[in-house]
Design a protein. Structure first.
Length: 476
């Protein structure tokens, strides 16, 4: 059960990160396509689509403002932008291309940004080559002059990602090292993707902010149990997602902060040590999971860790041993009960099926061997010299019989008719012989007294028969 649950967490986090990564790929493809198209066919600017609300030159109209974030006005109506340097007067050719590109981009913000669906907080796009900074939801920074995108964690990660690949021939997104959110006790993450030009040179990045606190709530709702704790940690032990309420001075929170998590440095190192099995006080187990004693909760806990190498993070699941054993016992008892019911039902079904098949086989054999029975009866009638009553097979039965049995049946019918024609059809001569009346008294007849021995040999056979008949009548 614990292994299955861990695989579900692993699959969930992996799919979540890949979904966000695919959104960044679409963001990069859209920007590249629109800029190349604008560069090829540069039209005049339309002030109605000028969304230069990301800096200090223009304010977001109150009619489209959303809730404020700190001291900043925001709107979800458009993907806004700002030029990281002052515009020239008049605009340069490159500035015209950039502004015109943003006219096309501004309406796609709400399409690209997934928000709570994939736990995104902010979408950034910074193209250093073009001096453009894009944000969604639109964040109006009155202090934009002090904002240096190159120093942000997501930009640094994108550049590191690009430099880590000698040949950048495919899209590669990655997750930043955990960082503290501004004026918050939460740890933040960002996912970034490098932007490259047609020469595969680094020109900027696109990034998302991810909020692990929202992620924890979502994961707990989908997979969590009353006795399960879920952690998302960096490979060096910083807890990115955790259920603890902590103050600002406890940031960053490590897994081995024993006063809060109940685990020490030895426990953290033991998770990565294949030889480390258990330091539990009461629980003895043969499970494949490690068992650690938690000093904060004063109980033994099963611990399992799954490393997401692609994102340099690990998923850690903690299960109370007492609660797990209770759950396991209930689960096993319910399973045994269901197995017994299933087994008994299966026995009944199999027995019923067996009886049914026996009857079916009996009737099928009787029906299929009916021609052989007819042959046997015909043979017995011939032996006992009884007149055989012919019985014919119906057409359906003949179609089901094998060729050999059908030929045997037809042969039997043929010979039976032949025997009847030869044995039981009386001719005239046979009828006359049967009509002869034989004497009831035995008389010795000496033919030699009537006929001379020499002449007897010359008698005609027919005359002899007539003489015998006359003698027989006189005796009667």
């Amino acid at each position: 059960m614990l292994k299955t649950q861990l695989n579900e967490y692993n699959s969930y986090f992996t799919s979540l990160f890949h979904t966000n990564g695919q959104t960044l790929i679409s963001f990069f493809q859209l920007y590249t396509y629109l800029r190349n198209k604008t560069q090829t066919h540069l039209d005049s600017l339309n002030p109605k689509f000028d969304m230069n609300y990301g800096g200090i030159n223009a304010k977001i109209p109150k009619s489209i403002q959303s809730k404020r974030i700190g001291a900043y006005n925001t709107t979800i109506s458009c993907l806004c932008y700002t030029n990281t340097t002052k515009f020239h007067q008049p605009y340069t050719h490159e500035e015209l291309i950039n502004i015109k590109t943003q006219e096309s981009m501004q309406s796609f913000g709400m399409v690209i940004f997934q928000g709570k669906t994939t736990l995104q907080s902010f979408l950034y796009g910074y193209v250093k080559r073009d001096n453009i900074l894009m944000t969604y939801p639109c964040l109006q920074r009155h202090d934009i002059a002090n904002y240096i995108p190159e120093n942000r964690t997501w930009y640094i990660e994108a550049k590191r990602n690009f430099q880590a690949h000698k040949v950048f021939d495919k899209y590669n997104f990655s997750i930043t090292y955990p960082y503290l959110l501004f004026k918050s006790t939460s740890v933040g993450l960002s996912m970034a993707i490098p932007f490259v030009d047609r020469n595969l040179s680094f020109i900027g990045t696109g990034a998302f902010d991810l909020i692990p606190s929202s992620l924890l709530k979502e994961v707990t709702q989908q997979f969590g149990r009353d006795f399960t704790s879920i952690f998302l940690a960096s490979l060096d032990g910083i807890l990115i997602m955790h259920p603890f309420n902590i103050t600002f001075d406890k940031i960053p929170l490590y897994f081995y902060n024993q006063s809060i998590t109940g685990f020490g440095l030895e426990d953290w190192q033991g998770l990565s040590d294949p030889l480390f099995k258990s330091n539990c006080q009461n629980q003895t187990t043969t499970m494949d999971f490690k068992c650690l004693y938690n000093s904060f909760y004063n109980q033994d806990m099963f611990v399992s860790q799954q490393i997401l190498h692609e994102f340099n993070m690990s998923v850690i699941v903690l299960v109370s041993s007492s609660e797990f054993n209770k759950f396991s016992d209930e689960f096993n008892s319910n399973l045994i009960s269901k197995l017994q019911i299933t087994f008994s039902n299966s026995i009944i079904e199999q027995a019923s099926l067996f009886v049914f098949l026996c009857f079916l086989i009996y009737f099928m054999i009787s029906y299929l061997f009916y021609p052989i029975e007819l042959i046997i009866n015909a043979a017995m009638n011939q032996i006992q010299k009884k007149k055989y009553q012919n019985k014919n097979l119906n057409t359906i039965l003949q179609s089901l019989l094998s060729v050999q049995i059908l030929d045997l049946y037809r042969s039997c019918q043929h010979f039976n008719k032949l025997f009847e024609r030869l044995s039981f059809n009386k001719n005239e001569q046979c009828q006359k012989i049967e009509n002869l009346q034989y004497p009831q008294q035995i008389e010795e007849i000496k033919l030699c007294c009537f006929v001379d021995h020499k002449k007897f040999r010359k008698l005609d056979v027919l005359f002899l028969v007539k003489k015998i008949v006359q003698i027989t009548k006189s005796v009667k």
